[in-house]
Write a protein that binds this ligand. Structure first.
Ligand code: ATP
Ligand code: MG
Length: 238
């Protein structure tokens, strides 16, 4: 398998933690996969995801995404990696309340553009980002809410804004940490469907969830972790 995401003997030991949060985990995820990571509270799911996203560094082992050794990047290297290669969505959306839907979505593109100033971002990349954002709000059915502020949106709408924001820079991999944890069941289903349809059109997806039903229905491979170790790694039968 040609891996897009690869962990080799990855261990994360927090300073005050007795046992490591993630213990000697190796795994490979190919481009185009939809993978769920399941496990009880405290088993290390978020820690694992955060190391793939470059938000947390392993104590030992190697994390690769595409051509990058994520665990070896400098601070600026990590910032660039996070803007370009990964999109992340969270349980509580993490939207900026004083920015409109459209401005929230465009924020990562603006950050990426601002950083590229050295090479001259040009109108074209900004226009391209705006065009992508327009397409995303249509696909995600939030176009009519483009000028609204997050406080006025439903939970499902907020999560769709967060998904659009995660996708605006065309990340190699979309990481979702309990994306349905703060919404009702019907909305959770809708978000699950949405993630699956993004995956069908090629988006690599790694989803952390407590919900076995969600994992089975909206991903194609389920990795269970317990006490920081992989307990099972199985293909979902359709
Ligand atoms: N920043 C931190 N500092 C110290 N310990 C941490 C930190 N983050 C997580 N831990 C510990 O690492 C272990 C794994 O935590 P993690 O957040 O990865 O679990 P999780 O599987 O995502 O749990 P949940 O389902 O509740 O979100 C836990 O014992 C937790 O207390
Ligand atoms: Mg967690």
């Amino acid at each position: 398998m040609d891996a897009l995401v690869q962990l080799e003997n990855v261990t994360k030991q927090y300073e005050n933690g007795a046992a490591p949060a993630v213990a000697n985990v190796s795994l490979a995820i190919a481009a185009g996969e939809a993978v769920s990571i399941m496990g009880p509270s405290g088993s290390g799911k978020s820690t694992l995801l955060n190391m793939i996203a470059g938000m947390d560094r392993p104590t030992r082992g190697a994390v690769r995404v595409g051509d990058e050794r994520v665990d070896m990047l400098s601070e600026t290297g990590v910032a660039r990696f996070r803007r370009r290669q990964v999109g992340m969505i969270f349980q509580f959306f993490n939207l900026l309340d004083d920015m409109t839907v459209m401005d929230n979505i465009l924020l990562p593109a603006q950050l990426a553009g601002a950083r590229a100033v050295a090479g001259g971002p040009g109108q074209s990349s900004r226009a391209a980002a705006r065009e992508r954002a327009e397409r995303l709000v249509e696909t995600l059915r939030i176009g009519h809410r483009r000028d609204a502020y997050p406080a006025r949106l439903s939970g499902g709408e907020r999560q769709r804004v967060a998904i659009a924001r995660a996708l605006v820079n065309k990340p190699a991999v979309l990481l979702a940490d309990e994306p349905t944890g703060a919404v009702d069941t019907a909305t959770g289903e809708e978000i699950g469907e949405l993630l699956l349809s993004l995956n069908r059109s090629g988006q690599t997806l790694i989803l952390v969830t407590h919900n076995a039903d969600l994992a089975a229905r909206y991903s194609r491979r389920v990795i269970s972790i317990a006490d920081g170790r992989i307990a099972s790694d199985t293909a979902v039968r359709l």
